[in-house]
Design a protein around this ligand. Sequence first.
Ligand SMILES: [Zn+2]
Length: 408
Amino acid sequence: MTTPSRSGGAQPAARRQSSLRDHNLSVITRTVFGEGGGLSRADVAARTGLTRATVSRLTQELIDARILAERHTQVGRPGRPATPLFPAERTMAGVGIEVNIDYMAGRVLDLAGHTLAQFKEPGDFAASDPAVVLPTLGELAAVMLAEVRASGARVVGAHLAIPGLVDATTGTVLLAPNLGWDRVDAVPLLGSRFEAHGLPIRVSNDAKLQALAAATSSPGHLVPDPTFLYVSGDVGIGSAIIVDGAIEGGQHGWAGELGHVSIEPSGPACHCGSFGCLERYAGKHAVLDAALLPLDSPPEELLRRLAAGDERTHRAVARAGWALGIGISDALNLIDIPKVVLGTGLAPLVPWLLPAIRREFDTRLLAARFIEITLEGAPTDPSPASAGGALLALEKVISHPADWVPAS
Ligand SMILES: [Zn+2]
């Protein structure tokens, strides 16, 4: 939409003008970021239907606000220099921090998708005390934030990723079975040094944020075919339904608890209180345990044994594939999405998981008789939930740039 809507008729003229400007600013940012940069002002005008004068004026406001930048390096048609527009670098930043069962991490990304700072600390946070863990995370995050702020970047917001159910409206971790956390008011526990940065922070489920990272090439710029079921493979198994690059979270944002779908109703007990849950077969510890490897073994050890043809390890991974095949078939029978992305610990195992998963698809997934179900590993990333959190924090600049551009 590039002209005032009919519904604007009841608004005072000044406000109508202002909301039209705000809308057009977001049309421009979505277009430039959606392409990953490289469009000229003329390209933006052609794609959006805005006049070239409007694009030039609003683009300048976005450049002045340090959201867009131009480069004078390309030449368009002969004799007519073009100045392509790109997301500004090192000006604004989003933050993601996370606690997982065996590490905590943080990442700061700028609008161009560059990592400005990050950390990852291994640990054992199974059945941990949030009043001990979260202040430590807050300290590490505060150090990271101070570094980024010293570089001159403006930090716009943060997301805390937790492997469990969260109430995003109150910032409460309702239940994180593997951490052993039950109704934790997480944000105040990050402590005074973090709080001193005055950063708006939201609490999110980690698999959802991992999935956003897998759907995104750079801030505002989606990967090709950004509709898929994402399945994370940490100590727990999480998942997220991603449609056109956005999370389909259900009424409370709790959709995607694939790790607690029952594979065998009388199977091994799960931390969630149920039995035979998927993560008891395909979670990191379940696979290592079945392969008779120590639970703190690095992922490379599993891959080394697979490559060496170790029979016990092959059986453990095939069992995980069998369980994933059942769980994912059930999910795809419900949601009709023909692409699956396996993330974190599952990603490097895809070649070994695939035969068992495909066997279950052939038996259980009705759609598999008619269409090809794509199954691929997510790109390697040491802390994809942190990356997803940073991307989500930046999304508000891209979708509502007017909040960051002084009123004209
Ligand atoms: Zn469970």
